[in-house]
Design a protein around this ligand. Structure first.
Ligand SMILES: C[S@@+](CC[C@H](N)C(=O)[O-])C[C@H]1O[C@@H](n2cnc3c(N)ncnc32)[C@H](O)[C@@H]1O
Length: 312
């Protein structure tokens, strides 16, 4: 019930989302207090997904909704795109519950992983997969975004290359979001994960998801960035670095990666557009890293990272 005793109702915001804008929107909306967000695949146009977001109607009167449109519009400018039209649909409480949850299904990733909404049991056909339980609606990273999937698949392949397990590896998760990458690493056998994020919502979501999976022992999470990660690792850099953040941020991190990734260790960097790979490779090379584009999905790329001294 709202303060007037009426049952709560919701706005469902829909927009056709070009791939270039997905990451910025999934990042920006939670910052604006909009955390119930889903990306819907459109089989008729796989390159263009629909973004859905649910906003409590009482908090989002018309003036706020117009302001939201004005706040989001500049996100399209760096790509030279028009911002897509925002469509607003009114929904009652029961519909909201149904429509919100129906967008979150068991999501098999690669050969071995299953990202599972907290309220579902693993479907029988996926009973042998390693389950990562997620309570979505909090922070970015439920496995549905290509950049997250690329990292999850690369983790699985890395485990396959080591006899099926990441056993013994100490992992650093920089920009952990929901914690999905670190949790997947632990499911694949990693020894421990140190995770950080500059967004307090993400830090809380990671801590909650670690508990949900019974992995709050080996996973430590804190608010902050590279410096805090270094502290969490107790100045013993990790064997594996996971970082799914936009390319300009990855570029800025390049000289600092030595503080969190041990000599002989490997990094998996996602969050870059394939078109941004050459520039990022150059910046990483200048900082002593050998990076190579190892996988792509749609326009997104995944890079592997090693210290150049290890490669030579
Ligand atoms: C694209 S999301 C990735 C989330 C999750 N790791 C995944 O792969 O799905 C990027 C995350 O990095 C965080 N972030 C952005 N800039 C950061 C920085 N400078 N230091 C640490 N975290 C940062 C954001 O708050 C966000 O949660």
């Amino acid at each position: 019930m709202d303060s007037r005793g009426a049952p709560p109702s919701w706005w469902r915001l829909e927009l056709v989302c070009p791939p270039e804008l997905e990451e910025s929107l999934l990042w920006k909306l939670p910052i604006l207090g909009i955390r119930r967000v889903a990306l819907q695949h459109r089989p008729e146009a796989p390159e263009q997904r629909r973004l859905l977001a649910w906003l409590p109607a009482c908090d989002w009167p018309e003036i706020q909704r117009s302001e939201l449109a004005a706040t989001l519009a500049p996100l399209a400018e760096p790509f030279g795109l028009p911002f897509p039209e925002l469509q607003w649909h009114h929904q009652e409480e029961e519909d909201w519950n149904l429509s919100w949850k129906q967008h979150w299904q068991a999501d098999p990733v690669g050969e071995r992983l299953l990202v599972l909404p907290a309220w579902l049991e693993p479907p029988e056909e996926h009973a042998d997969r390693l389950v990562i339980r997620m309570d979505p609606g909090s922070a970015f990273g439920t496995g549905s975004h290509p950049t997250t999937r690329l990292c999850l698949e690369a983790l699985e392949q890395m485990a396959a290359g080591r006899g099926g397990s990441l056993a013994g590896l100490r992992v650093a998760d920089l920009g952990c979001g929901t914690g999905v990458l670190g949790l997947a690493a632990l499911r694949l056998g990693a020894a421990s994960v140190a995770a950080v994020d500059t967004d307090a919502v993400a830090v809380r979501a990671t801590a909650e998801n670690a508990c949900l999976n019974g992995l709050d022992g080996p996973l430590q999470v804190a608010l902050g960035s590279l410096e805090v990660l270094e502290e969490l690792l107790e100045a013993r850099p990790a064997d594996l670095l996971l970082c799914n953040i936009l390319a300009p941020v990855l570029e800025a991190f390049a000289p600092g990666f030595t503080r969190v990734l041990a000599p002989g260790g490997e990094g998996l960097l996602s969050g870059l557009l394939v078109a941004q790979a050459p520039r990022l490779e150059g910046a990483l090379a200048a900082a002593g890293w050998t990076a190579a584009l190892a996988a792509r999905e749609e326009r997104w790329g995944l890079m592997t990272l090693r210290a150049t001294a290890d490669v030579a």
